[in-house]
Design a protein around this ligand. Structure first.
Ligand code: E4P
Length: 216
């Protein structure tokens, strides 16, 4: 399973990259706004900076919702760097645009996916990635991890090449469960990635080893 970081914060991207386990980055308009990135030129520059920091796919989301504008915006984003993956929402014009991008050699990440039916449509249109939002599904009293397993099973049975990119990760356990249930990629906040490191027995064991080492 690949690890992407879900942020537009450059120091968090650098920290995850320095850990040596980072395979890519996902962003969304909320994450970009959180970093104070405003205006087309600044947005383009920020994506370029991220692409230069990380060797891997970087999802850049379109802000348009009609076919022609999604295509125009996606072409501009894709031209920033070969690692840019155009993130397109799961709406009717989004599916049409994903198909257009697929036929024109531009890779896409179909975002805001909350059902297996939506994931089938994204795969049929040729999306490189599909992003089920598992944390938001959990928030709505449903089981996000079950959806990951269902989509992974459908894609495997049907031979779809689209990668299952588990998004809206909230905890380290989400990451473990995604790995267990067939996600190809997990995009996570830095805290959830670092949370994987933690176990009290590791801390207790290390303290004891270091204490005993003084007697060596
Ligand atoms: C996916 O690519 C989205 O950017 C993200 O994972 C959404 O997460 P949230 O539900 O924590 O906002």
């Amino acid at each position: 399973m690949k690890f992407f970081i879900d942020t537009a914060n450059l120091s968090q991207i650098q920290e995850a990259h320095d850990l040596g386990i980072l395979d890519g980055v996902t962003t969304n308009p909320s994450l970009m706004a959180k970093e104070g990135i405003k205006g087309e030129a600044a947005i383009m520059k920020h994506y370029e900076t991220i692409c230069e920091m990380v060797e891997g796919d970087v999802s850049a989301e379109v802000l348009s919702t009609d076919f022609a504008s999604i295509v125009e915006e996606g072409k501009k984003l894709a031209a920033i760097h070969p690692n840019i993956v155009v993130k397109v929402p799961m709406i009717k014009d989004g599916v049409k645009a994903i198909k257009w991008f697929t036929e024109n050699g531009i890779r896409t990440n179909c975002t805001l996916v909350f059902s297996a039916g939506q994931a089938i449509l994204a795969a049929k249109a040729g999306a490189a990635y599909v992003s089920p939002f598992i944390g938001r599904i959990d928030d709505s009293n449903w089981d996000g991890i079950e959806l990951i397993a269902q989509i992974a099973q459908i894609y495997s049975i049907q031979g779809f090449k689209t990668e299952v990119l588990a998004a809206s990760i909230r905890t380290p356990l989400h990451i473990v469960k995604c790995a267990e249930n067939g996600a190809d990629v997990c995009t996570c906040p830095l805290d959830s990635i670092l949370g994987l490191l933690k176990h009290p027995l590791t801390d207790i064991g290390l303290a004891k080893f270091l204490e005993d080492a003084k007697k060596m």
